[in-house]
Design a protein around this ligand. Structure first.
Ligand code: AMP
Length: 216
């Protein structure tokens, strides 16, 4: 099974992709996490990616596509994948379709998580993430029990450098301009499932599983 989670920054793709991956036994591929790992490791790719991420713009398609195709060709990627943050534009979507078609595979469903712009801004500006296990928190809606520490693993919480107001604004513009056209692309392909991204993390997760036809 190959699933894409589509939605704006702050829609909850990362959290929900981790949940769905566990429920349906899929590999979770998050291109943002792959780029952040490269930045942390100080690789050549990381140094380049840092400048794009800091500005809130997309990295080059060639690099991103190559990174994803390498990851899905690993043996564990053959049983099924949930993509989070990829594809981000038409070129990436077409490259993914082509690569899967070469292996007689295809994207099964695309879950579009719809959230109002006002809610996105609230979520992104209050977001804190565990440096160790990536668990997300929100200063207003879902704060950790002890400020600055992850409830799950005790790791240090941090705010992403691209979760500052000017970069958030830029990332949302990039989303509406480059990524949102994928909603039409996958609707025309008969693959789009729209779910509301409002409500609790649990409610949203159940909604997605139900939409995918795996729930009760
Ligand atoms: P995310 O964690 O998905 O919000 O991604 C953080 C940043 O990583 C984005 O603002 C981009 O700079 C870069 N990035 C993540 N995924 C992609 C992608 N599919 N194509 C290009 N750049 C990406």
């Amino acid at each position: 099974m190959y699933i894409i989670l589509l939605g704006a920054p702050g829609a909850g793709k990362g959290t929900q992709a981790a949940y769905v991956a566990q429920e349906l036994n899929l590999i979770h591929i998050a291109t943002g996490d792959l780029f952040r790992q490269a930045v942390e490791q100080g690789t050549e790719l990381g140094m380049e990616a840092k400048s794009y991420m800091e500005k809130g713009i997309l990295g080059p398609d060639e690099i991103t596509i190559r990174m994803v195709l390498e990851r899905i060709s690993a043996p564990d990627g053959e049983s099924g994948v949930i993509f989070d943050g990829f594809p981000r534009n038409l070129k990436q979507a077409e490259a993914l379709d082509e690569a899967l078609a070469q292996q007689d595979k295809a994207i099964d469903k695309v879950v579009y998580i719809k959230v109002s712009e006002e809610e996105l801004l609230k979520r992104l500006s209050g977001r804190w993430i565990c440096r160790n296990c990536q668990a997300p928190y929100n200063a207003i809606n879902s704060p950790p029990k002890v400020w600055g520490k992850c409830d799950r693993c005790g790791g240090e919480l941090y705010q992403r450098p691209d979760d500052t107001p000017p970069v958030i604004k830029q990332r949302l513009q990039v989303y509406f301009h480059e990524t949102a056209p994928l909603i039409d692309f996958y609707t025309q392909a008969g693959k789009l499932l729209e779910v509301s991204g409002e409500g609790s993390i649990d409610e949203m997760g159940k909604r997605i599983i139900t939409a995918l036809g795996e729930g009760n």
